[in-house]
Structures are given as structure tokens and as C-alpha cells.
Design a protein around this ligand. Sequence first.
Ligand code: OOG
Ligand code: MG
Length: 259
Amino acid sequence: MLDCRELAIRLLKAEENHKAVSCITEKNPEFDIAMAYQVQNELVQLKKNQGHKILAYKMGITSQAKMKQMNINEPIYGYIFDYMNVPDEGELLIEDFIHPKVEAEIAFILAEDVEGPNMTMEEVLSKTEWVLPALEIIDSRYTDFVFKLPDVIADNTSAARVVFGKRRFRPNECELDEIGVTMFTNGELRADGVSAAVLGNPANSVAVLANMLSHNGKGKIAKGSIILSGGITEAIMVNKGDSVTANYDGMGSVSFQVR
Ligand code: OOG
Ligand code: MG
């Protein structure tokens, strides 16, 4: 029998020590998605016990670019914690990570509760207060950033940091499926895409999240919650000294510096 708590502690230590560990599925081929969300629950509980608070939900593997890059074909969810929040134009210390990557996303802030199991994109849009650009920094706790689906779920979907844009928008102020995004490191274009890449419309990702949470007995997404809808483009490796900027059509830009 696998001990979910022990597996969570191992992942927490990997994050705290900035040292990668081997995949759970490597020695335990029976480790499945249901067990993986149990480990994730334990990991979330351990972080809460340390005094950290959940800041946002995150969806992952919601675009073809991400599916192709990670060789995984279905969306997953996890949690962003308060200590992961970096201000726009802020700094990251490379020492705090194992092998960080950055991806451009659209974030949602809800005006009303959103609850599965039959949530739709239209209903999400009608219950959204704000949308805003965001960069997610992911940092797999697994060696070489290589894993199977249950591994990455257990690892809280590689969540490491988030940078929210300074400006927020009403959902009807922008065509949410037509936002072009370009991502640069040190002035060089590294990735580009359009927000429709995220399940046709990032709002659909929020609907899928609500339906997955409902399926897993996790209840509703409460009014006021923040949701990261998933990377629009593939994730880009960041290195010491990098200046990272993403430009979002009509939504401005988000940036940070790596020290
Ligand atoms: C898993 C996290 C994926 C996204 O936006 O697709 C994710 C990973 O790629 O390590 O956050
Ligand atoms: Mg992401």
C-alpha cells in the first residue's frame, strides 16, 4: 500500500530543498489518478499546516502546445499558494527553483460561485468579474521535468510562482478567445499563441475545473476565487539573469526578472 502522506512529504521536501526526486510511477506502476489527487490533497494540507493559504486554483495541460510538450493529453488541476505570488515587474531568485519554466495564461476572478457538474463556458462568463493576464512559473519536482500524468497531479501540477498583470478587465471588454500572446526572454521571441488554444476559450477551462472539482467531491468554486486557466503556449525555460515579458493583445504586458 502506498502511503499518500509520505509521498506528499517527499514532494514537499523536494520543493523546499530545490532538489528533484524520481517519479512515483517509476517504482509504483499502480499509482493512478485517484491516488495522485489524494497525494495532492495531503500536500495541500501540509502547506496549510505550515501557515500557507490557497491564493488561486490552476488548470494545467489545457492547450495542444502543452499536451504536446508534456506528452499528456488531459487537463489537470492544482493550487497556487500565497507564498507563490510575485508582483508584476518583480524578481525571482534562481536558487529558489530546480529547473523553472514560464508560461503565459489568462486568469479569472469570479463574481459568483461556479459549481459543476454541468458548468458551461457561457455560465462561467456570466459569473466572471474580471479577467487578467498572468505568467505562471512551473517547476516540476521530478528529475529532468519528465513525468507521467499521476506524478504531476501529485506534485500539485508543478505550481511554483505566479505573476499577475496589473490591469484587469471585464470579460465583455475583450474577445477572450482571440487574445494573441507573445513571450520574450531578453527581448527574443520565445513563444507565441492565441488564447483559443486553451480548450477553445479559457472560460471553458474554468468550466472544466468546476466539473472536475464536482466529480472529485471538492464542491464549488466560490465567488471571489482566482483561477489560472492554463498555458496558451509551451513553457519556456528561464535562467539566471533573464528578463521575461509577455505581451497580451489589448491587455498589456506582464514581466519579471530572474536574479
Ligand atoms: C504541469 C503544469 C501544466 C499548464 O498551464 O499547462 C500547467 C507541467 O507542465 O509541468 O500549469
Ligand atoms: Mg500553468
